[in-house]
Ligand binder design. Structure first.
Ligand SMILES: NC(=O)c1ccc[n+]([C@@H]2O[C@H](COP(=O)([O-])OP(=O)(O)OC[C@H]3O[C@@H](n4cnc5c(N)ncnc54)[C@H](OP(=O)(O)O)[C@@H]3O)[C@@H](O)[C@H]2O)c1
Length: 360
């Protein structure tokens, strides 16, 4: 049987993505072949394509951090799952494909009756938001938080979970995202025309209890200035390393692991030395999942339950066919995307001609 997957043939721009058709993989002992229904598109995928994310595999590779799919075939010795069962997984790469083979322990059961595109938004974005709120900071009702990139994938997840938790929220976004941000009860701050530190102190007086910062670099220190005494900045990304469609570093393949970690370590140490008990702490979903896989599973199951109970509703910016992965990366790289772009990997798209390898 043939199947289609997307391959990053070399580190670089969206044109480094190719549609490839080849023989479908067979699951090995302990593995399950999953028919992918939805794969999330996120900035970590874009950074992996550029070769700058710490988790980037060697090219060529298939990108895709997260997926929702159906159990298709069981490898030897696998029990506890059935063909046709809905599952979620975060393989970090490999999800941009019609089928993928994963170890049984990677699979988290998904309750029936849930939209696959909405569910896939939970795996990377909502687990990140949830763990930062409840495992890094332990937010409490009525506390003030500042959410940077509030209209983005993780940002909109923080907004919805923050609304549920009864937080007072302030969020930076560009003007196109302000109504979506305000819709969750968050006060939008246009990061392109306003200084967020001045705005936060004008609106709150002494500052916020927590800042969620995916921008990174020197931005972390500005975020610290928006804190009240005893507050915490959670740093979790490097949006500042990407400018529009181009890479800010202009060095594809150059991983940010060491430089990013060094800057972070410096800020964490400096913050501890200064008075006011303000902390800067890092968060990494993949590190926490490796150290404590049960927490990832437990938190994702809790979020799937909230989705099933309709207490959260992920904002899906676009649903696109798998073969348009390159276009999806272009859109995300250009900015202004509100919510999550999702690739639907096994849907018939009547308006699409048979994909050719040159489709991207
Ligand atoms: N540590 C972890 O475990 C973890 C997990 C998931 C994601 N991440 C990281 O989190 C970051 C965000 O990922 P994502 O998928 O949510 O990306 P996304 O959907 O593209 O969202 C990024 C948002 O940031 C906004 N933005 C850009 N520059 C900004 C600035 N200077 N100030 C405020 N907002 C700004 C963008 O707004 P405009 O487009 O309107 O400019 C966009 O809405 C990435 O760096 C990713 O690697 C980390």
């Amino acid at each position: 049987m043939k199947y289609t997957r997307i391959v990053v043939v070399h580190y670089g721009g969206p044109d480094a993505l190719r549609v490839v058709e080849e023989e479908c993989p067979e699951p090995r002992a302990g593995e399950v072949r999953v028919k992918v229904l939805a794969a999330g598109v996120a900035l970590p995928d874009v950074m992996a394509r550029e070769g700058t994310h710490p988790e980037t595999p060697l090219a060529p590779f298939t990108p895709g951090w997260d997926l929702i799919g159906e159990v298709d075939q069981l490898g030897g010795g696998v029990s506890g799952v059935e063909r046709g069962q809905l599952v979620a997984a975060m393989p970090i790469h490999g999800a941009y494909a019609e089928f993928v083979c994963l170890h049984r322990r990677e699979l988290v059961p998904v309750p029936p009756g849930i939209d696959a595109a909405e569910a896939v938004a939970l795996v990377l974005n909502y687990v990140t938001a949830y763990q930062m709120m409840y495992r890094s900071v332990h937010v409490k009702q009525g506390q003030r938080v500042l959410i940077h990139g509030a209209a983005g994938g993780v940002g909109t997840a923080l907004l919805q979970l923050g609304h549920l938790a009864g937080l007072q929220m302030y969020g930076t976004c560009s003007s196109s995202g302000s109504s979506a941000v305000a819709g969750t009860g968050c006060v939008p701050i246009d990061y392109k025309s306003q200084d967020f530190v001045t705005e936060i102190h004008r609106l709150t007086g002494d500052g916020v209890d927590a800042v969620f910062d995916p921008i990174g670099g020197t931005h972390l220190w500005h975020s610290r200035r928006a804190l009240r005494a005893g507050g915490t900045v959670v740093g979790y990304g490097l949006v500042s390393s990407l400018r529009g469609k181009e890479l800010a570093s202009k060095r594809p393949g150059h991983r940010q692991r060491f430089r990013g970690t060094a800057i972070f370590g410096l800020y964490m140490a400096a913050s501890r030395l200064l008075p006011e008990r303000k902390r800067i702490v890092p968060y990494s979903i993949q590190t926490l999942k490796r150290l404590k896989p049960d927490l990832f599973r437990q938190d994702l199951i809790a979020l799937l339950k909230l989705l099933q109970q309709q207490k959260i509703k992920p904002l899906i910016a676009r649903r696109m066919p798998l073969v348009e992965a390159g276009r999806a990366h272009e859109l995300l790289g250009q900015g202004g995307v509100i919510g999550k772009i999702v690739l639907l990997c096994n849907e018939p798209w009547p308006e699409l001609a048979q994909p050719s390898p040159e489709a991207l």
